[in-house]
Design a protein. Structure first.
Length: 676
């Protein structure tokens, strides 16, 4: 072992130069000399005297031998320990290297992976813990959550069973829960429940609206449906009135005029939309009610227009009565229901927060909406069916229809819908229809008269074309066409009755009884009866009065115009043409005729004058009096004034032409008497 010499104080304190000298002398051992032990030993040497210093190598050698022998003995005695120690040191070094590499792998690879795995596990654990906390909270609030989740089912059940009040209460409870929720947005469960509730309320809204479209619903059911629609705010208008509008003082103008003026500046309210929905729903029910009967009427109108049939006309009148009854009942119900639901303001329905001025405007606009609908129902459903149908009926069908419609109008007048002015009067439905039917009947009468005249013409033409002797031909022609064969009754052929030249007014008979003179002229009497049949039907539908009503006077003028243009003018023209044809035949050269035939021709001339005078003087005057005095109850002289009611110019020309024929025939008669 190396001996450690203590460093003692000596005169040679600084041994640095000694070390440096030795280091220069033996440069190979310079490192050993600079060790702390070497420096201490050199310092020790510096303290020794010279004698001891000279003995120092020997001492050192002795100690070296001693150490060598001790080390040898120790080596022989402890070599297994040295070998084991060497092995252990070698294995320890390899273990240290393996441990170092393992630690490097642990630090660089395993620990980061472990850290990442730990983070993932922590995240998963937090999610699981959160779900478990939620599950715990749900379990703790299970009863409340179950009650909340049952609300949509309960609302849907209430809606399906008609318990709309309970459904609205539950919906209000859900809305209050959403309002009280502190979270923004609210919890998902509340949002989900709210969505389901809104879906159920939408179904309730549609169900309530469908009630308005059901035909057989009465006022209580409709009242209930509208009340719940009003509570649901089904037609909310997103418009907030200005505070100045709500606080503005009421105007001093008329309430109705003021309401109309201000209603033009306000947007439609939810109440108006609700009222409009009510009217639309009931309108669809009205269409469904009238659709079947309306189709039947349209079919009959087409059939009657194409080919008139008494059965079809009767069926048309019957279906019109049925249609009018259905229209009256349905529209009356709609209007009364509307007025009860929307226009009546009971104390329980009055909202004290509404400005009275706005309430007046709302009532005015609701009344306007009802008036608009009633006018539309009148024009689109009733008048649209009556206009093409009335003129196809006969006059005998009109009184019952007019009475029915007058009763209907009287009933509706209590609701503000009096439409009698559209039925009669100038341009009224029945006035127009009466004129059309009278015109059609007059044309039928005139056509029948012209047909009878045409048959006489046809007989004459067919007879004149025969190849026979002149006398035989004239005899055959006379039997077919002469007035004595068909215009005058057989007892009156020889002495036909003639009207007096100037008849006093007190001698004129009643306006509703034909003159007895016309009975001697069967065709003219039949024409008179046909015209009187038209007047008898007209008597039941034409308004009567004392002349104060301009409507009655206008009706007289129009009917007189039809009578003059159709009956008097056309029939007189046809008769005049026939009489001219007879006169032409009578003027034919008759040198080879016998005295009997000459006498017969003279008789025919007298019949021409008699028939013409009976038609132009008796028939014409009677039918005009029968229309004015018999139907209307007016005096003909009072009606014919201011250029109105005068007889037509064509008839006047025909009468003048007949007077010319009479003068010619009278002149011929005087000449024959002078020659005789």
């Amino acid at each position: 072992m190396d001996t450690v010499y203590p460093v003692t104080a000596s005169p040679l304190v600084d041994v640095g130069p000694v070390v440096d000298v030795l280091s220069v002398a033996e440069s190979s051992n310079s490192e050993l000399l600079n060790t702390p032990g070497s420096k201490g030993y050199i310092s020790h040497l510096a303290t020794l005297p010279l004698t001891e210093l000279s003995q120092e190598p020997l001492t050192l050698q002795t100690q070296s031998h001693h150490l060598t022998s001790s080390l040898t003995s120790f080596t022989h005695a402890s070599y297994p320990t040295f070998i084991s120690l060497h092995k252990n040191i070698t294995s320890f070094a390899s273990s240290i290297e393996s441990l170092s590499s393992s630690l490097n792998i642990l630090l660089n690879t395993s620990l980061p992976v472990l850290e990442d795995s730990t983070d993932v596990w922590k995240d998963r654990l937090e999610a699981i813990l959160l779900e478990r906390n939620k599950a715990r909270v749900v379990l703790e609030q299970h009863e409340k959550i179950r009650d909340l989740l049952d609300i949509p089912v309960l609302i849907d059940t209430c809606v399906r069973n008609g318990h709309f009040g309970e459904a609205l209460s539950l919906a209000g409870h859900v809305a209050s829960l959403i309002h009280r929720a502190k979270d923004n947005p609210p919890p998902a469960i509340l949002t989900s429940v709210l969505v389901e509730v809104q879906h159920s309320m939408t179904q309730m809204h549609l169900l309530l609206l469908s009630i308005l479209y059901e035909p057989n619903k009465k006022l209580p059911a409709l009242w209930k449906a509208v009340s719940f629609l009003r509570k649901m705010d089904a037609f909310v208008v997103d418009s907030t009135p200005s505070p100045l509008t709500l606080l503005r003082p009421r105007s001093s103008l008329s309430s109705q005029q003021d309401a109309f003026t201000k209603s033009q500046r306000l947007e439609p309210s939810s109440e108006e939309y609700l009222a409009l929905s009510f009217l639309i729903g009931r309108e669809s029910c009205l269409k469904a009610t009238l659709e079947t009967t309306g189709r039947d009427i349209q079919r009959l109108v087409k059939q009657v227009s194409e080919k008139e049939s008494d059965n079809n006309v009767e069926d048309l009148a019957r279906y019109l009565k049925k249609y009018i009854d259905a229209w009256r009942e349905s529209v009356y119900n709609i209007m009364t229901q509307y007025m009860t639901i929307f226009l009546e303001r009971s104390p329980t329905r009055m909202d004290t927060t509404i400005d009275p001025e706005k309430d007046d405007i709302l009532i005015f606009r609701l009344r306007t909406l009802l008036r608009t609908y009633s006018t539309r129902a009148l024009s689109m459903h009733l008048f649209a069916i009556l206009k093409p149908s009335l003129f196809l009926l006969t006059l005998s069908h009109l009184p019952s229809l007019l009475t029915q419609l007058n009763y209907c109008s009287t009933a509706f007048s209590r609701l503000g819908l009096d439409f009698r002015c559209f039925l009669v009067g100038g341009g009224g439905l029945f006035s127009t229809a009466i004129l059309s039917i009278v015109s059609r009947d007059f044309k039928a009468v005139a056509k029948k008269w012209e047909g009878r005249l045409g048959s006489a013409y046809g007989a004459s033409m067919s007879s004149s074309s025969r190849n026979a002797s002149a006398s035989t031909s004239r005899r055959t022609i006379g039997l077919a066409k002469l007035p004595s064969n068909w215009l005058v009754s057989p007892p009156a052929v020889d002495t036909p009755p003639l009207p007096p030249l100037k008849q006093k007014s007190e001698e004129i008979g009643p306006a509703h009884i034909p003159p007895q003179l016309l009975a001697s002229y069967p065709p003219v009497a039949q024409l008179t009866n046909a015209v009187l049949a038209v007047f008898n039907g007209l008597r039941l539908v034409v308004p009567r009065g004392n002349g104060d009503s301009p409507l009655s006077v206008e009706g007289i003028y129009k009917l007189l115009e039809l009578l003059d243009n159709i009956i008097l003018s056309q029939c007189s023209t046809g008769l005049l043409n026939y009489l001219q044809f007879v006169v032409k035949w009578l003027r034919e050269d008759g040198n080879d005729i016998s005295d009997e035939e000459e006498k017969a021709k003279e008789n025919e001339r007298g019949l021409v004058i008699a028939v013409g005078r009976a038609f132009f003087e008796v028939f014409v005057a009677f039918v005009r009096r029968a229309l004015v005095e018999g139907v209307y109850g007016f005096q003909l002289e009072d009606v014919i004034q201011e250029g109105k009611g005068e007889i037509s110019k064509s008839w006047v020309e025909n009468k003048k032409l007949f007077e010319t024929i009479v003068m010619e025939l009278s002149g011929e008669k005087e000449e024959e008497e002078e020659e005789y």
